[in-house]
Design a binder for this molecule. Structure first.
Ligand SMILES: Cc1cc2nc3c(=O)[nH]c(=O)nc-3n(C[C@H](O)[C@H](O)[C@H](O)COP(=O)(O)OP(=O)(O)OC[C@H]3O[C@@H](n4cnc5c(N)ncnc54)[C@H](O)[C@@H]3O)c2cc1C
Ligand code: FES
Length: 260
């Protein structure tokens, strides 16, 4: 992990409120692993005081570039969306503990909303390692979906779910995934990221499916490096319940260990 200045190579609005930011910073591009994140200083002034965390959505070690996908939701992401090619961005990273592949095929990625970002990086790296990968990606409607096929090589099987039925299957992500299981999909392992209620439902259902399942959690962060305890969540392990830091021991946890 290091603090570095990354050069903005490209920034585009890719769908409503979603931006794709490509940064040139060879160290980050060569060291970041799927599931890890960068802590960004989004402005040069006093506010916002705290850095903002964003998952790494992809890297290109050969060109020394790293990709982030972010949704504009408040002051920090508003500032980020105003970056232009040639600007410099203060980054801390790569941070956090990455996903670890257990090795069973096919891997199923379950993504809600902006939670798709780390799973795109994971899907791409698993595909390159010769795995079969399915991505289930859900959002409220067509407008809220990212054009994920732009960020994945052909080979990852993408299943869309929208709550208004405007794209893909009609329904929420967990129902659409359950339907696929009923139709015979037999995942070897699950990886999920998205809003907490979705992760809670999936973790609860997984008590029946009993599949290896890793989740990437989001918590408000201050330091991002394990010093302030501001991002602690309850984890139960070996009969003990204790706090773990999302920025340090996470953001990726075994779903059966999270106290939902
Ligand atoms: C490990 C980690 C990885 C993340 N990766 C991504 C990513 O790849 N892409 C992305 O778009 N976002 C990601 N986030 C969320 C992102 O950090 C926040 O959206 C961002 O910090 C908001 O900053 P802001 O100043 O624009 O909004 P703020 O002014 O801080 O908040 C504006 C509104 O957004 C809500 N909000 C803030 N954070 C979150 C959150 N985590 N989830 C839901 N609502 C939130 C607030 O409650 C408030 O209503 C990640 C968060 C974590 C912890
Ligand atoms: S944000 Fe400070 S310990 Fe995690």
């Amino acid at each position: 992990m290091k603090q570095c200045q990354a050069l903005v190579q490209e920034i585009n609005e890719v769908s409503s409120y979603f931006y794709c930011l490509t940064l040139e910073e060879p160290y980050l591009a060569q060291t970041a692993q799927p599931g890890q994140f960068l802590h960004l200083r989004v402005g040069n002034g006093i506010a916002p005081l705290l850095r903002r965390p964003f998952s790494v959505a992809g890297t290109s070690p050969a060109t020394g570039t790293i990709r982030l996908l972010f949704r504009r939701v408040g002051a920090g992401t508003e500032l980020l969306s105003c970056l232009r090619k040639g600007d410099w961005l203060d980054c801390l990273g790569p941070l956090g503990t990455p996903f670890s592949a257990v090795g069973k095929d096919p891997a199923v990625l379950l993504a809600g909303g902006a939670g798709v970002a780390p799973l795109l990086f994971l899907g791409e790296s698993m595909l390159n390692a010769g795995k079969n990968v399915h991505l289930f990606y859900g959002a409220a409607d067509a407008k809220a979906l990212l054009p994920v096929d732009r960020f994945l090589s052909p080979g990852v099987l993408i299943h869309f779910a929208t709550e208004d039925g405007s794209v893909g299957e009609h329904g929420n992500l967990s129902d659409v995934f359950k339907l696929a299981l009923d139709k015979g999909l037999a995942p070897g392992e699950l990886f999920a990221c998205g809003p907490l209620p979705l992760l809670r439902v999936l973790a609860n259902e997984n008590r029946r499916w009993v599949l290896p399942m890793q989740v990437s959690l989001e918590e408000n962060m201050a330091c991002g490096v394990g010093a302030c305890q501001g991002c602690a969540v309850l984890i139960k392990k070996d009969g003990e319940t204790l706090y773990k830091r999302v920025c340090r021991e996470g953001p990726v946890f075994n779903s059966s260990e999270v106290v939902w």
